[in-house]
Ligand binder design. Structure first.
Ligand code: AMP
Length: 459
């Protein structure tokens, strides 16, 4: 509890993405019915095409079955707004809750009783605002009489703002269905996200607020930024990804102008290669910390031109390759810290001059996985007390194997110029929900990292 208490003393700014998650819990029958509707052969063919966007229902079914087969969490953009009626006629939504990394992280840190959590999202419809937890430490920045002020997000909503609804399909390990003559058994619990990508939803800071970012930077101990995957390459009003990324760069520089506030970027899967590359090259060099999962590190390495290494990570999931990839990324983008979370382990890679010791870095990851295990067990973290549930979740069955492989990797690779630490994850066998676990890991890791920096006078 000690490290969490230290982290709770921090004030954090988080932006940009929030949405409403409409969650459906899948079972074998639902999936089977979808396959029957389109025919197994047709579904299989479309799976081979591997559509990067959802334009018609068959794209959805194909990518869903693919995700179920691998058991890997996936998010695919929905670009055809008309499909909402198809989804509404096929699924009923079991739960609606806060979605989007910034929204999830804001609620998490507010529930953990952090000193102050300032959350900014450019679109704040009433329904979206109501998804924020009712906590007195949670604030939304507003401009009143030309001055910066703070309100609870529920008091700051704007009637008429657009609202983004993502459809989330939660699946459980062991779910079984047939695709023609093939029997598919889902290997891991996870979720498939159909993320709405419409014109009206943008990732930016409103111009009136932008000039107050230095003031916000002064008021916080760290910032967690996310949502760049929601940028589109082109908009009908002529704006494009370059425009939004230039603005995103300015935001980071403005936050850091008065005080070099540490910035963590939480990277999410970006299907479009061109956009992925732009986000990496524009933003990684400006931030201090980056978090991502294993599939994403492979994508990032691919974008940087390391296609063979990326391919190896995709195919074999070897720790050694992930460490190598992490070293490359930390070097090329000159990150202070890179955090990679996978189903079986979490890793930090820093340069050897990082102010924290390997022991301290490990304790930060410990806190991260314990928080995620608590969330997976409970569905949500409502108070700092809830972390206790996480401490009772055992490390995954491959824990010892992970440590062994890691020691081997360290011997084979040159790691003297780095600090590389790894811990096995505490894995909940039957998670209530898997949405937001990665965000929980990253928020827990980054804030506890900051807490230890602060203790050393490095913040
Ligand atoms: P992401 O893919 O970014 O949402 O991250 C998911 C992360 O959550 C994984 O890398 C695991 O470390 C963690 N996780 C996934 N499933 C579970 C579970 N059942 N119990 C605890 N942690 C989990």
């Amino acid at each position: 509890m000690g490290l969490l208490e230290e982290a709770m003393g921090l004030s954090i700014y988080t932006a940009y993405n929030t949405n409403v998650d409409a969650i459906t819990f899948l079972n074998g029958e639902i999936v089977q019915a979808l396959i029957e509707e389109f025919g197994a052969e047709t579904v299989r063919k479309r799976m081979d095409d591997y559509p990067r966007e959802i334009n018609e229902p068959l794209d959805f079914v194909a990518r869903l079955v693919h995700a179920l087969k691998t058991g890997k969490p996936m998010a695919v953009p929905l670009v055809n707004e008309e499909l909402h009626t198809w989804f509404d006629s096929h699924f009923k939504y079991d739960v609606e809750r806060m979605g989007g990394q910034a929204g999830i992280i804001a609620n998490l840190l507010a529930n953990l009783d952090f000193r102050r959590v300032i959350v900014y999202t450019p679109h704040l419809a009433r329904k979206q605002a109501e998804m924020f937890v009712d906590k007195p430490n949670l604030f939304y920045p507003v401009i009143e009489d030309g001055r910066l002020a703070f309100k609870h997000p529920r008091e700051a909503y704007r009637e008429g703002d657009p609202i983004k609804v993502n459809r989330i399909f939660e699946f459980r390990a062991g779910t079984t269905f047939r695709l023609g003559d093939e029997t598919i058994r889902v290997p891991f619990s996870g979720r498939f996200i159909v993320s709405a990508r419409f014109e009206s939803i943008r990732i930016y800071t409103e111009p009136e607020l932008k000039r107050f970012l230095p003031e916000i930077g002064l008021q916080v101990d760290g910032a967690i930024l996310s949502g760049y995957q929601g940028i589109k390459l082109r908009y009908s009003d002529g704006k494009d990804a370059n425009h939004y990324l230039r603005e995103a760069k300015k935001d980071i520089l403005l936050l850091k102008r008065e005080k070099d506030v540490r910035v963590h970027l939480e990277f999410a899967s970006i299907q479009n290669r061109e956009l992925r590359k732009k986000v990496i090259y524009n933003l990684f060099p400006l931030v201090d910390s980056v978090g991502m999962d294993e599939a994403e590190i492979a994508h990032v390495l691919n974008a940087l031109g390391y296609s063979k290494l990326a391919e190896r990570i995709f195919t074999y999931n070897r720790i050694e390759d992930t460490v190598l990839g992490g070293k490359i990324l930390v070097d090329e983008m000159n990150l202070e810290v890179l955090q990679i979370h996978t189903i079986y382990y979490i890793m930090y890679i820093t340069h050897s001059d990082n102010p924290l010791s390997e022991e301290e870095l490990r304790s930060s990851l410990e806190l991260a996985t314990t928080l995620a295990a608590a969330r997976a067990s409970l569905g949500d973290i409502k108070s700092p007390e809830d972390i206790k549930v996480g401490t009772r979740v055992p490390y995954n069955e491959y824990g010892e194997f992970v440590k062994l492989r890691f020691e081997e990797a360290k011997r084979r690779l040159r790691t003297r110029e780095y600090k590389v630490v790894i811990i096995p994850t505490r894995l909940v066998r039957n998670p209530v929900s898997t949405v937001g676990l990665g965000d929980t890991i990253s928020a827990g890791a980054f804030t506890s990292y900051l807490a230890m920096l602060r203790k050393k006078g490095e913040l």
